[in-house]
Design a binder for this molecule. Structure first.
Ligand code: MTE
Length: 323
């Protein structure tokens, strides 16, 4: 994001997966009577997850806006074109390197301005609320996007358990930073650990999701196992991966990217086609897996298309100032 200006030479997943193979897969699915856009079908194993990880199905979410009508990105693309700087800065690095991440045992420390702080074991978190499946668009600040069927539940479920006090105006998320497991943490590419934050009302919005799985299976390491955020109306970097700490705080947290380059990455980072990144426009996006280099870009939508659900969170705010 900051370190390397994206080059036109990054291999596109669509260049790796021949279009014919991709189309064959879709035809095979159609033959099975499976609607490729049905995430529930994905969870039921009718469409490809990787098939190597344990299943993690979820019930169809009733949260408004939880189902994008876009075609889901293929599992192969979603798991091979990643940003997870703890494992390297190339898009292919996380898939190549993240096998060293040990995702069990795993605990998440819930701290700060709340009546019920504590350490939650992963198994407790998996049982905290019923698993749901949702299909979210993910728009990266770099100008590409994907559509991913996640499994998890609203972050609000965990927040409610912690009972934040009236001083809890923000929530800060910290990712694991372990040099032994994460080769990228030995580099100075970011000030580790990776930190992100949300305003408390953003964090409580039902679309803000605590994610444990994708495509009906547990998260692959490169996608942020064993748990991460998915905040679909914000640029992808707000969705911290491999979270170990959730802290309720009074002051706006300083996120890793804001710390690295304040002019480029603000606290809010809501997807906004009208506010350019200082080095590139945000008006359009390239959908990963959708044909090759010459494919037409899609227009980027305000709040990534989730304006009906989240627009009121920002009523009266100057979105150019609060980028
Ligand atoms: N979380 C951590 N801990 N480290 C990272 O480098 N990258 C972010 C976000 N979460 C990142 C992270 C960025 S820039 C994006 S676009 C998304 O993860 C990518 O998620 P995906 O690889 O599952 O598509």
């Amino acid at each position: 994001m900051l370190i390397r200006t994206p080059t036109p030479h990054d291999p596109l997943p669509s260049e790796i997966t021949p279009r014919s193979a991709y189309l064959n897969r879709r035809q095979a699915l159609a033959g099975l009577g499976v609607a490729a856009a049905s995430p529930l079908a994905l969870a039921q194993g009718a469409a490809p997850g990787g098939g190597k990880l344990p299943k993690l199905p979820g019930a169809r979410s009733a949260v408004a806006g939880a189902f994008a009508t876009d075609k889901p990105t293929s599992y192969a693309d979603a798991t091979s074109y990643n940003n997870f700087y703890e494992f390297g800065t190339d898009k292919s690095d996380p898939a190549a390197n993240a096998h060293t991440l040990k995702t069990r045992p795993w605990t998440v420390s819930v701290e700060g301005e709340c009546a019920k702080p504590g350490r939650f074991d992963l198994d407790a978190l998996l049982k905290l609320a019923p698993m749901e499946e949702r299909l979210y668009r993910l728009r990266c600040v770099e100008g590409w996007s994907m559509v991913i069927p996640w499994t998890g539940y609203s972050l609000a479920e965990l927040i409610k358990q912690a009972q934040p006090t009236s001083k809890a105006k923000y929530v800060e998320f910290t990712s694991l930073a372990d040099k032994a497991q994460m080769p990228g943490v030995r580099s100075g590419v970011l000030d580790w650990p990776y930190i992100e934050g949300l305003r408390i009302d953003e964090a409580m919005h039902p679309l803000a999701m605590l994610v444990f799985g994708m495509y009906g299976e547990v998260l692959p390491n490169q996608n942020g196992a064993p748990l991460r955020l998915a905040v679909p109306w914000k640029y992808g970097f707000k969705s911290a991966k491999s979270i170990v700490k959730i802290r309720f705080v009074e002051k706006e947290p300083l996120s890793s990217w804001t710390k690295a380059a304040q002019q480029e990455y603000g606290f809010y980072s809501n997807v906004n086609p009208n506010v350019s990144h200082p080095r590139w426009s945000q008006a359009s996006e390239r959908r990963i897996g959708e044909d090759g280099l010459f494919a037409k870009k899609r227009p980027t939508l305000l709040f990534n298309g989730y304006e009906p659900q989240v627009g009121q969170l920002y009523a009266g705010m100057d979105l150019k100032k609060n980028y």
